[in-house]
Design a protein around this ligand. Structure first.
Ligand code: ADP
Ligand code: ADP
Ligand code: ZN
Length: 214
């Protein structure tokens, strides 16, 4: 099944994607993760993307569309995948529609994880991620058992450069500008599902699973 996770920065898309992967085995495709890896490696794509990411702006459509086009052709995507952080613009949504058609794939659901902005700043500034395995923590809501160390693999935890209050504000503005059109578009296709993202991660996942299980 092909799933799209919508929702503002910090809503819990990455957290839910990891739970979906664990239970249903669909791979998580996070454009943010792929871009951050490219920045770290210093590839041409990473160099192009870094300025936008640090400013909390969107990377150009061409760059992210190319990423997705290549990624969904890989073998592990043949039974479905989870798009986490893509599409973010109508141009991306429309390219995705074409790609799916070309590959004979059909969209399952668009899950919009909805959380009020007042909760999100704390979620984002307290977010920590494992350098090694990518698992996500929160210093208050889901801390690792040893400070700064991943429970799953012992790797070190880091804080994202763009999870500071300044950049977070820009990211919210960008999300607000782009998301209404995406929601109407997927509602029109009959694929849109609103999920309350304010409860604890397990309860959110119950709602997500209920949609996936139909
Ligand atoms: P996104 O991918 O949408 O930006 P994340 O999944 O990375 O969001 O979650 C942002 C932060 O909030 C992380 O630190 C995560 O541990 C925490 N978090 C995720 N879901 C919840 C939840 N339901 N309640 C409280 N904190 C959460
Ligand atoms: P969030 O926690 O905001 O959901 P992501 O990891 O999805 O964060 O995205 C981080 C940054 O990567 C964005 O602010 C943007 O610069 C870039 N990015 C990720 N996905 C996309 C996309 N689909 N289109 C354009 N830029 C993107
Ligand atoms: Zn780890």
């Amino acid at each position: 099944m092909i799933l799209i996770l919508l929702g503002p920065p910090g809503a819990g898309k990455g957290t839910q994607a990891k739970k979906i992967t664990e239970k249903y085995k669909f791979p998580q495709i996070s454009t943010g993760d792929i871009l951050r890896a490219a920045v770290k490696e210093g590839t041409e794509m990473g160099l192009k993307a870094k300025g936008y990411m640090d400013a909390g702006k969107l990377v150009t459509d061409e760059v992210v569309i190319e990423i997705i086009k290549d990624r969904i052709k890989e073998d592990d995507c043949s039974n479905g995948f989870i798009l986490d952080g893509f599409p973010r613009t109508m141009a991306q949504a429309s390219s995705l529609g074409d790609m799916l058609k070309e590959n004979g794939m059909e969209l399952g659901h668009v899950l919009d994880i909805s959380v009020d902005e007042s909760f999100l700043v704390e979620r984002l500034t307290g977010r920590r991620t494992c350098k090694n395995c990518g698992f996500g923590y929160h210093i208050r809501f889901s801390p690792s058992s040893t400070d700064g160390v991943c429970d799953k693999c012992g790797g070190g935890l880091f804080q994202r450069d763009d999870d500071n209050e300044e950049t977070v504000k820009n990211r919210f503005e960008v999300y607000k500008d782009q998301s209404d059109e995406l929601k109407s578009f997927y509602s029109g296709l009959g694929k849109y599902q609103l999920i309350d993202g304010t409860t604890d991660p397990e309860s959110v996942f119950k709602a997500v699973s209920a949609v996936i299980d139909g």
